[in-house]
Ligand binder design. Structure first.
Ligand SMILES: Cc1ncc(COP(=O)(O)O)c(C=O)c1O
Length: 223
């Protein structure tokens, strides 16, 4: 598309410079505009924050870090100041069908791999909502919009609102699938995911953008 070619030229020319507002006010402004467009397109809560990163793996890292810090803060613990050594234990529930990068991210951010609660999946790779453990304000729950093998979406409608009421942090890995929310015929697949706390996706898969990029979205702007 001529428009995507022009966008690529602009990105090639500007990419080095828009790290900060002072370096490229227009770059910063364009991020703000894209942030608003994304929240609208995906039917996410007004005021959702977006960060533009190098791919879905990095977006997942950022989102889970935000979730970890938020939960610990609510438990009265400042992990940035005190580190993880004496932090309260978080419960991490993740589908056994989650993408490998989710497990890697949990390892990178210090939540490990051995202590996770791996929730069984159904034959399509959807998390079994009846097997999710009790949730509370010390729980990180990771769901998926688009299983990489089957394309299946977790049942956000029955999970997200309940999880949010329990005070858990819900992250949705939607590397390629989150875009379904922007499409009238497919939006039903993502119904209920607007109650989650963070989402990750990218534009180099479904949108076929010709360079690696990722997007992390977060309901809690300060996190
Ligand atoms: C569901 C899912 N999550 C995360 C990723 C990681 O994406 P990236 O390669 O952009 O880091 C992928 C990649 O295939 C994926 O399919």
């Amino acid at each position: 598309m001529p428009s995507s070619l022009c966008a690529k030229w602009l990105a090639d020319a500007w990419d080095q410079n828009p790290a900060m507002f002072v370096m490229s006010p227009i770059g910063a402004k364009m991020e703000e505009v894209c942030e608003k467009w994304l929240a609208e397109l995906l039917h996410l809560p007004q005021g959702t924050a977006a960060g533009f990163v190098s791919g879905s793996s990095t977006a997942i890292n950022c989102a889970l870090l935000a979730g970890r810090n938020y939960l610990l803060k609510n438990l009265g613990y400042n992990v940035s100041a005190s580190g993880l050594n004496n932090a309260p234990k978080l419960k991490v529930a993740v589908s056994e069908g989650a993408h490998s990068t989710v497990f890697k991210a949990l390892s990178i951010i210090g939540l490990g791999q051995d202590n996770l609660i791996k929730v069984p999946m159904d034959e399509q790779g959807r998390i079994r909502s009846d097997m999710i453990p009790p949730l509370d304000n010390g729980t990180l729950l990771i769901l998926q919009a688009g299983n990489v093998n089957s394309g299946a979406f977790d049942d956000f409608k029955s999970i997200c609102r309940k999880a949010s009421e329990a005070g858990a942090w819900v992250h949705v890995d939607g590397a390629f699938g989150l875009w379904a929310a922007a499409c009238d015929e497919l939006a039903y697949l993502t119904e209920g995911m607007e109650y989650a706390d963070s989402w990750s996706m990218d534009a180099h898969k479904t949108l076929n953008a010709p360079y690696d990029n990722g997007i992390v979205l977060c309901r809690h702007r300060g996190s």
